[in-house]
Design a protein around this ligand. Sequence first.
Ligand code: SF4
Length: 83
Amino acid sequence: MNRPICPRCEINSQDKEEIERIIAQRIELLGENRADDELYKSRLSVCSRCDKLIEGTCVLCGCYVKLRAAKINQHCPLSRDVW
Ligand code: SF4
């Protein structure tokens, strides 16, 4: 299954390595809007056990969770704990 192309993030690659590189770059640019490591890891842990996570993307919000989880003011569409 191919990952969806994200119109909001303007990530137009289908290449997994390229997507990971872009996400890492975007996270570096968040500055003070970046969640701390503990929150980031906790969010990804919740997502990793969620049946709405497909190929790194939350099918409810359409976001790459690695990028969404790195932003401080985000929420889970299902209001799951930590998010
Ligand atoms: S953001 Fe919420 S609904 Fe989406 S994958 Fe993570 S835990 Fe699941």
